[in-house]
Design a protein. Structure first.
Length: 213
């Protein structure tokens, strides 16, 4: 099956495997089995093998998987073997937390610029980055050539921000605003909604409590 036809949940799990493989490689671990991957990630060993099967042959029967080789192959599949430049829009508390998160660099995601429309923030620094005026996003990205962006602004500003990003030739957006963005079909959007996730957790906690009674 071509890479672009792999199910999105498979790609999500590949990212989980990659994070764990990076940790193993840093510790000098050379080999891992599918059962060990299940024990560490909670993802069924059969599912792990099926996820890899979308992209060819991996590992050796009875021996397992070479950690560094598997890490490099998954990184190539996810296109993160080299630097991926990212724009961040929103220099508030959430934006600051995202910009300062070391895990991004560890996975080759490099936030190259931060944008905001608050004149009290424009020109200041957020971690090691200057905060730019959102109005300059298109012209600056002609130099930076980022294709990914993160939206960390309130819901009432998110669509306008998305419009700026599309106009600046951004092809994929990670959206933290609780709103459905309208973008061209060729622009990929992934949404992170904390309230939605907490609501699901609230239901699950209540269900478990009902099961105990």
């Amino acid at each position: 099956m071509p890479i672009h036809r792999a199910p999105v949940p498979t790609l999500e799990r590949l990212a989980t495997y990659l994070t764990y493989l990076n940790e193993l490689d840093a510790r000098g671990v050379e080999m891992i089995s599918s059962s060990e991957m299940e024990a560490r990630t909670g993802i069924n060993a059969a599912q792990f093998r099926k996820d890899l099967s979308y992209f060819g042959e991996f590992g050796r029967p009875g021996i397992g998987y070479n950690v560094r080789e598997l890490k490099q192959r998954i990184a190539r599949i996810l296109k993160v073997e080299n630097e991926q430049r990212v724009l961040l829009v929103g220099a508030g508390n959430l934006g600051s937390a995202i910009a300062g998160y070391p895990g991004l660099r560890a996975q080759n995601f490099n936030i190259v610029a931060v944008f905001d429309n608050n004149y009290n923030k424009i020109g200041r620094r957020l971690w090691e980055l200057d905060i730019h005026d959102i109005a300059d996003l298109k012209s600056l990205n002609k130099e930076m050539q980022a294709r990914l962006a993160i939206i960390a602004v309130p819901a009432n500003a998110a669509q306008e921000v998305a419009n700026h990003l599309v106009d600046a030739d951004i092809k994929a957006i990670l959206n933290f605003a609780p709103i459905t963005l309208k973008v061209p079909a060729e622009v990929a959007v992934r949404n992170v909604d904390f309230v939605q996730e907490l609501a699901v957790l609230s239901f699950l906690v209540a269900r478990e409590g009902a099961g105990d009674s």
